[in-house]
Design a protein around this ligand. Structure first.
Ligand SMILES: Cc1cc2nc3c(=O)[nH]c(=O)nc-3n(C[C@H](O)[C@H](O)[C@H](O)COP(=O)(O)OP(=O)(O)OC[C@H]3O[C@@H](n4cnc5c(N)ncnc54)[C@H](O)[C@@H]3O)c2cc1C
Length: 283
């Protein structure tokens, strides 16, 4: 079956043209970026639309801009491009590490950051790394661009806070500054694995105390989650091995893990704590 032969696939030359098409369609499933999620869904039986709009290589979605305190990374930037964009690696290392674990080279060459976020799978690798930046998503429509905090972006299982006429334009991400970031993914294999649990962190230590801690988990709940109870517990405290042990226990006590074909809730609960321990010990 050649899926693309069944679709009237339009190739807009600009964001403005894509937005006009999308205002008419009003269905996000008709936006095709790299297609690495959508093509699989169509092959698995999700109804193939008669028309779709390609966002691939749309110039406005492919830019990476570096500002004083933050970056803007276009939604159409591929995971492979992120890995190559060495000039931003020091600012968002957890995101780069997450992009490097998405599928394998072929998937990274086509899969985009925007597609990973919009697909809103709990196992989307880049979501926790985006969350710990405390950044936001820029959503474009014919009415203009609005900014939604990433903390409010994933609203429920496979749901995002974008209207059907909106296209994700970019991610506005504060640079880490002196904070330390980490990303860890636990799967059944070293590579080409959808995660059982993954964690990202951005932690700032000053004068031996934790000034701020952002911790996020993926594949643990219907949406990616911040571990706010653990973050609040850590803030202002001295980093000691006793504190690490308490944070690990608190994470295990506060997560509400899902169970599915990839892992049990019990394993996810245990691993969540270990990932928090790992993030703190890496400091
Ligand atoms: C073999 C294989 C292995 C994989 N492994 C992993 C993995 O390890 N980790 C992981 O996280 N994912 C994995 N994936 C899933 C997928 O590759 C990623 O989620 C990828 O980032 C999706 O990006 P895309 O551009 O291909 O999205 P698409 O398939 O083009 O789109 C996905 C969804 O996002 C919407 N969308 C895309 N761009 C926009 C935009 N700018 N604005 C609004 N909506 C938009 C589409 O309409 C669609 O609903 C894997 C997929 C395959 C086939």
């Amino acid at each position: 079956m050649n899926i693309t032969e069944k679709i009237d696939l339009r190739f807009p030359k600009s964001l403005a043209e894509a937005l006009r098409l999308q205002a008419h369609e009003q269905t996000r499933g008709k936006l095709l970026a790299g297609g690495t999620d959508l093509m699989v869904q169509w092959a698995a039986g999700v109804p193939i639309p008669a028309r779709a709009t390609s966002l691939w290589n749309l110039p406005e979605l492919c830019a990476i801009e570096i500002f004083d305190g933050h970056l803007e990374i276009g939604a159409g930037v591929s995971h492979a491009f992120l890995r190559e964009a060495k000039q931003i690696h020091r600012h968002v290392p957890a995101l780069i590490a997450a992009a490097a674990t998405v599928g394998a080279a072929q998937i990274q060459a086509r899969g985009t950051l925007g597609g990973n976020a919009a697909n809103a799978s709990p196992a989307g690798d880049t979501a926790p790394a985006l969350l710990v930046t405390g950044g936001s998503v820029l959503l474009a429509s014919l009415s203009g661009v609005r900014e939604v905090p990433l903390a409010q972006f994933w609203t429920a299982y496979r749901q995002i806070a974008a209207r059907p006429d909106e296209i994700i334009l970019a991610f506005r991400l504060p640079k880490r500054g002196k904070a330390v970031e980490r990303f860890r993914k636990i799967g059944t294999r070293q590579a080409q694995a959808i995660s059982k649990v993954m964690a990202a962190s951005r932690i700032l230590i000053q004068k031996g105390r934790i000034e701020s801690a952002a911790l996020a988990l993926g594949s643990i709940a219907p949406t990616p989650v911040r571990l706010t109870a653990v973050e609040q517990f850590l803030a202002g405290k001295k980093l000691t091995s006793a504190l690490v042990a308490e944070a690990e226990k608190l994470a295990q006590a506060t997560v509400q893990p899902i169970a599915d074909i990839r892992s049990s809730a019990e394993y996810r609960r245990w691993a969540s704590g270990r990932l928090v321990r790992d993030a703190l010990e890496s400091l």
